[in-house]
Ligand binder design. Structure first.
Ligand code: LMR
Length: 453
């Protein structure tokens, strides 16, 4: 029988072709480690393994593996065991993969390959509106725009029961697209199955804001949804799962999720303000008639709402030829525009798109989700920061614990708030105003949940 637990550590399995299988091998290794170290925990560990069975079945189908269950007397062999159809020991297979891993680690793609285990993620799609983002997002991910061009992925797509058939159609289209990076698709209406073992959770779904609806109307519906999502992720996602909340009110939904999923590290729970960040880059690029790729380091402070503060004071324009950097503010040479029109356009862009399209932004939102995750996991380019809604540590005088958008740089899967930026009076007032709105939203969310805080 196969001694899976002897073969390595979970996070070391990085051979791309085999990582689906190895991820589960890794989980079994964890299981046996629990068994070795704390015998009293064996029953819990068994339960954990059983909870993974539906996904194991999917994975075994994907890889053409035979799934067998055995409860042999030997110390090492309880729980599900995977074997190759040709009867070869999985052990040999794992050894082969470990050899390939070593080769891969020597390559220049060392880091991303070592983190192949992050390629599991789930997409939450709740209704027509949200399907718009999800529908745009899945091909982007399957083409490697989120995790890189050589990173295989599995999608776990969740939708509500009435949309199950439409979700199945998305799955069919994904198959028809023959995406080479896509190693498996789980389309389900079962939240437990969807969250099972995921390393990345893209919380796209929520109750949608419709034309004329206030964000606050949406909150009531969404905090309850996010409380439920939190407990599903808490119980079934990978312990180090990285989460981005997209559905509005994004900052407060993320805060609720953090509150009700205390075992997920708070630093792993973020919300999307990259869409606003990209909108700000786009506006500066149009104003100066320069390519958007030459604009960097705008900041979106605070809430993903109309109180956000898009700040171009520290933004830079890079000359594509010489690489020379110049201050965007100096090049714009119109502080009045930066303080008025630029503010209004970026802050109101979501509402303007809803008005024009009769639907919320989808293509740009999906693209921003890819940017957010890619930079978080693979790192921000040297000398560049991006905006992310993260847990405030008190930087720039923002109440600790608020889910607030800051300028961040990312390295090895960790974000850090950019420190030491000069904040003028105009900026201070706006940064505080959006923080106040977030504090109010937090209170309102708790009152919706009837939780005293
Ligand atoms: C956006 O910024 O496009 C959306 O968050 C708008 C909205 O409120 O749904």
């Amino acid at each position: 029988m196969v001694s899976l637990f002897l073969q390595g550590k979970e996070n070391d399995y990085s051979d791309c072709d085999s990582f689906l299988l190895l991820n589960f091998v890794g989980k079994m290794i964890k299981l046996f480690k629990v068994k070795e170290k704390q015998r009293e925990n064996v029953e819990n560990a068994k339960k954990q393994t059983t909870a993974e069975l539906p996904l194991l079945k999917v994975l075994s189908r994907v890889h053409g593996l035979r799934l067998r269950f055995c409860h042999a007397a030997a110390e090492s062999s309880h729980g599900p065991i995977l074997r190759h159809p040709d009867g070869k020991d999985l052990e040999a297979h794992v050894e082969l993969c470990n050899k390939r891993r070593e080769e891969a680690c020597q390559s220049s793609r060392h880091w991303s390959r070592r983190h192949a285990h992050m390629a599991f993620f789930s997409i939450y799609i709740v209704n027509k509106f949200q399907r718009q983002i999800g529908y745009n997002l899945v091909p982007m991910i399957a083409r490697g725009l989120m995790l890189g061009p050589d990173q295989p992925v599995i999608l776990h797509m969740l939708d509500i029961e009435p949309a199950a058939e439409a979700l199945e159609a998305v799955k069919m289209e994904l198959a028809d697209s023959a995406f080479s990076l896509l190693k498996g698709v789980l389309a389900t209406t079962d939240v437990v199955e969807a969250c099972n073992g995921v390393d990345i959770a893209l919380m796209v779904g929520g109750f949608p804001r419709k034309d004329g609806m206030e964000r606050k109307d949406v909150m009531k519906k969404n905090v309850a949804i996010y409380k439920a999502q939190a407990s599903a992720l808490e119980q079934h996602a990978a312990a180090n799962c990285k989460v981005v909340v997209v559905a509005n009110p994004a900052n407060t939904n993320a805060l609720i999720l953090r509150e009700f999923a205390p075992s997920i590290p708070p630093k792993n729970i973020t919300c999307l303000t990259r869409l606003d960040h990209n909108r700000a880059l786009g506006q500066i690029s149009e104003k100066l008639n320069v390519p958007v790729s030459s604009v960097k380091n705008v900041i979106v402070w605070g809430n993903h709402s109309s109180t956000q503060y898009p700040d171009a004071n520290h933004a830079i324009i890079v000359d594509p030829g010489s690489g020379r950097e110049r201050s965007a503010r100096e090049m714009v040479a119109d502080d009045n525009w930066l303080k008025t029109e630029f503010q209004t356009i970026v802050r109101q862009r979501g509402a303007a798109i809803i008005k024009a399209r009769k639907l919320s932004s989808a293509l740009s939102a999906a693209s921003a989700v890819c940017d957010h995750m890619r930079d978080w996991i693979l790192g921000t380019p040297e000398g560049t920061w991006v905006s992310m809604g993260v847990c405030s540590d008190g930087s720039y005088g923002i109440e600790p614990g608020l889910l607030y958008s800051f300028p961040v740089t990312c390295r090895k899967g960790q974000w850090s708030i950019v420190q030491g930026l000069n904040i003028d009076e105009f900026s201070r007032a706006r940064m505080d105003a959006t923080a106040r709105e977030l504090a109010e939203e937090k209170l309102m969310a708790y009152s919706c949940l009837q939780v005293e805080k």
